[in-house]
Design a protein around this ligand. Structure first.
Ligand SMILES: NC(=O)c1ccc[n+]([C@@H]2O[C@H](COP(=O)([O-])OP(=O)(O)OC[C@H]3O[C@@H](n4cnc5c(N)ncnc54)[C@H](O)[C@@H]3O)[C@@H](O)[C@H]2O)c1
Length: 323
């Protein structure tokens, strides 16, 4: 198939691009490089530098490429920033997302795979979180993704758009070539590994008094290659659907830090901080639906495997992509 990967210079988009190309698909990447990196572009893919805010520019790109499907990774994705600047989140994740959808409709591009998030659920009333739990986001980031999901449903009904929305839990790890380098890094694993590399002096633990076995928050870490595989399966799906995507297991902040220290063979200095508002104690995915409907099966379940892949990449790119 011919795929347009929007946001393909970012963390998850770069690995999905690589996997698509490895599997013989033809890929073009559209990215404004605000968060993405030139060095994260796979040289086998065509690159179009552009911004979704420029509706006609995006439409021209789409009309030129005529892809069979679009994968939409482009978004603003920092929860904390969304609480300070909600406008940026609704503008980029909803308004610019609408530009993408309208251009798809006007060029007759029928199929979309969308990067959603577990943040649409807010603090869950139970774990694991299945697709039917109430959606009560507690920050503009989650709200913007939920709004886009609702828009998708209507575009499906009215314009016949075929979509799969994948609600990722915590994406982690690396492929042999591409890894995690956010300009503002809020994710635990890269931050712990930066301490192991001496690029950062210590890693913060936000809250040690949660009702969890060791008092720290538990998250569901999914290997980036398993996540990428789900996108390939989503391309072949015959129906429009929403799927939660995680391993169904959870690791606490302390467990991740201890395991990362072991993988890197380094002592990790930690500093304990108070809880951050809006951090639920446990976020774990129920992924039964994507397993049964799309045949998705995670290959890299263990935290150690995820950390080893991330450590390999960070050793090779100690300052990230360096831009
Ligand atoms: N990283 C995670 O754990 C995680 C979890 C849940 C959901 N997600 C979602 O997955 C997607 C990818 O996440 P990521 O971690 O790879 O983020 P990222 O910031 O590394 O990648 C996003 C890419 O989109 C590009 N982009 C953003 N706005 C754009 C615009 N208006 N026009 C063109 N390009 C634009 C950026 O330059 C960047 O390359 C996001 O939609 C995010 O909300 C990520």
């Amino acid at each position: 198939m011919k795929i347009l990967v929007v946001g393909g210079a970012g963390y998850i988009g770069s690995v999905c691009t690589e996997l698509l190309l490895d599997e013989g698909h033809e890929v073009a990447v559209f990215d404004n490089l605000t968060e993405g990196h030139r060095r994260a572009l796979d040289s086998r893919a065509q690159f179009i530098e552009g911004d979704l805010a420029d509706r006609s520019g995006f439409e021209a790109a789409l009309a030129g490429i005529r892809p069979d499907a679009v994968m939409h990774f482009a978004a603003s994705a920092l929860v904390g920033e969304s609480m300070e600047n909600p406008s940026k989140y609704f503008r980029n994740n909803v308004a610019n997302g609408l530009n993408l959808l309208d251009a798809m409709v006007s060029t007759g591009t029928e199929r979309l795979v969308f990067s959603s998030t577990c943040a649409i659920f807010g603090p869950p009333e139970r774990v694991p979180i299945d697709e039917d739990l109430p959606k009560r986001p507690i920050n503009p980031y989650g709200e913007s993704k939920l709004a886009f999901e609702r828009i998708l449903r209507w575009y499906g009904q009215i314009h016949g758009l075929k979509f799969v929305s994948l609600r990722y839990f915590n994406a982690a790890g690396a492929s042999a070539r591409f890894g995690e380098d956010h300009r503002v890094e809020t994710h635990l694993i890269p931050n712990v590994l930066k301490v192991a590399l001496g690029e950062k002096s210590e890693v913060e633990i936000y809250g040690t008094d949660y009702d969890t076995p060791d008092g720290t928050c538990i998250r569901d870490y999914i290997h980036i290659l398993d996540l990428a595989r789900a996108h390939i399966l989503a391309l072949q799906s015959s129906k429009s659907e929403f799927y939660n995507l995680g391993t169904g297991g959870g690791s606490s902040v302390r467990e991740v830090i201890a395991a990362a220290g072991k993988v890197a063979g380094k002592k990790i200095k930690v500093v304990e901080k108070p809880r951050r508002p809006g951090d639920p104690p446990r976020l774990i995915a129920a992924s039964d639906k994507i397993k049964s409907e799309l045949g998705w099966k995670p290959q890299f379940q263990s935290l150690e495997t995820i950390l080893e892949s991330a450590w390999q990449w960070h050793q090779e790119f100690p300052r990230g992509y360096g831009d």
